[in-house]
Design a protein around this ligand. Sequence first.
Ligand code: HBI
Length: 356
Amino acid sequence: MHKILFMSTPVGALSSGIGGGVELTLYNLIQEMQRRGYDITTVAPKSSFFNNAKIIEIEGNLHIPAQTQSRDISTMMPKNSVLANMWEYARKVQSEYHLIVNFAFDWLPFYLTPFFSTPIAQFISMGSLCDSLDDIMDQTAQKYPDNFGVYTKSQANTFPFSDICKILGSGLDLSLYEFNEQCEQKLAWLGRIAPEKALEDAVKACDITQVPLLIFGKVQDEKYWQDILTKYPHAPIDYRGFLSTEDLQRELRLCQGLLMTPRWIEAFGNVAIEALACGVPVIAYDRGGPGEIVEDGKTGFLVTPDSVEELVNAIKKLPKINRLDCRLVVEKEYSVEVWGDRFEQWFQTLMIKPSI
Ligand code: HBI
């Protein structure tokens, strides 16, 4: 039985929503690899929880989300760092595992990699954000060129080691998402409510069109959220909170379309395939992962980044999209089976072969 150790992000407990897309990626990958007969253990900050998963909860102080810092920031370690404690645990138990997989977008795991005897696969969950992190990632990639996996080519292209990255895409357990042919006259926005996700553009577009906007996700930056409410007091918005996948898709599938307004190079944009899985077309800024996922005119519309005017024009064209095409594309490209094959092949090339 192959035993693999997943090392989570240090910014928040799993299922808190603070970890954003990497939480969904971790959950789906654990389920899919367990289904394929792998023994998966996940190391994560205390209070982490996932259904049907073995979680080792580690004490310690959370790390600052990298996207809130400037590019030239020096690497900082909080007192009693949960990340340092997670990797101290990994060091102790490493000989029990055939592979370790790092999901943290932080300096320490990359620096520690050569000190470990068990191979470490590096899954990079965002585009380049910080010079010191780019530097240690590049140094590690030069030593272990087969060990770097990313979501998309546009994400890989933000790093100096883009040519050695394995492009793995993403996947969903489609049985959790119900296709809906009919829809109501309302739009959705889904994600961490923080400046890099530019929710304000979606709210402005709905203020102009007066099409109701359902907002799903965790408020990560309270001041940013309050500023939006103050600036657009008459926008038809309805904040639905951070919902479970089951509750989210029940409301999302009734929407006419999803607006994706990333200000940064979104590494993938799991929310895009969650919407498409429900038959909901996606209107997205043509940058990063969404630019590779949305097929313009077929599963939604790609618009000039940061153009609210083009968002408004695309909203009017949504009825032209055949909602079944959205579901069919996800079944073909983004099922956990297709995605799981890519991850399993990558892991197989890296892991210690278990002794017979
Ligand atoms: N910031 N420092 C740090 N470490 C992470 O692992 C991290 C992060 N910010 C965001 C984040 N992970 C996830 O939300 C994304 O990887 C999706």
